[in-house]
Design a protein around this ligand. Sequence first.
Ligand code: TXA
Ligand code: MG
Length: 336
Amino acid sequence: EPCGYLLAKAGIIADMSTGQFVSRCTADAMTSAAASIKEGHLVAFPTETVYGLGADASSADAVAKIYAAKGRPADHPLIVHISSIDGIGYWADEISEYAIALARTFWPGPMTLICKRSGEAEDFVTGGQDTVGLRVPDHVVALALLDAAKQIGVHGIAAPSANRFGHVSPTTADAVREELDQYLSPEDMILDGGPSQVGVESTIIDCTGNNPHILRPGAITQAMIEDATGLKVTDAVHEIRVSGSLENHYAPEATVVLDTTPQPGDGYIAMSDKPTPEGVIRLAAPQTAEEYARTLYSSLRDADSQKLSRICIDQPQGDGLAIAICDRLQRAARGR
Ligand code: TXA
Ligand code: MG
């Protein structure tokens, strides 16, 4: 049963489920998950984009557990999740005016701002860079966890997507369990908040230059950024390491081929107006770019669980969310 997160929102306290997998995200469960973070354990939690694997962003030991569980190189920076815009000044310095405008407009939401780091953002969370990535996620369970953590002195929760390094990001708690179960310890937790509603990772915006610069496309689009800031988004080339920019990211086990006619036995993802050829396994038939993004990663996982060897995917058209989808598809097509 997916999380009763509306219960948590209403502050209704119900029974907490036992064990590592918390499917009833009640106020009690949030308090206990926050305490677990504070003690240095990992808590996987839902966000509107994808599930994150969280740890106390101020604790080197806790953050090291994230890298170990993901199998991720330690020089890759993590996003620090905060409960509200008020937390930005704790982690960042010399915050540009347009960064504040973006935060005011789109937080909580699927957007990560890269700002100059403060003394609080240490090398183990920034990958040794002089910047820090910050995000206020738009999910009631994530916000409840961040709030509860803040109340006991945890200023931010560092969290990458809750998948093994290079794999497809999880958009359900079950997908997190499949990815990470064997890498979590008994004190760690997975909070179930239902399926992520956006489905692709946040837009990452470098806010350290004169103009905003998109490092990873997402649901907050270039047009939205230009609208909110009154500034042009630049294409300046930056020497910033974004592991999500690695070519072989977001890849399922099956081979992904783009814009090719599927053959019998292939999996197939395309907009709903495309028919399914005889013998082809239709994995998704979204009607909109939003639905495409929301269902993409679970469709890729579905293909792997059916042990398909090839997935044919038609890229969506358009310049909103379609850009983020095509970005992930092209990486998936390069394979693991
Ligand atoms: O939607 C999301 O952003 C999800 C949810 C859980 O919030 N998180 C996520 O985290 O996708 P992750 O670690 O899988 O991808 C975050 C990307 C990485 O590619 C990382 O390199 C980049 O953000 N990043 C983090 N801090 C950075 C910084 N200071 N400078 C440049 N890139 C940074
Ligand atoms: Mg990731």
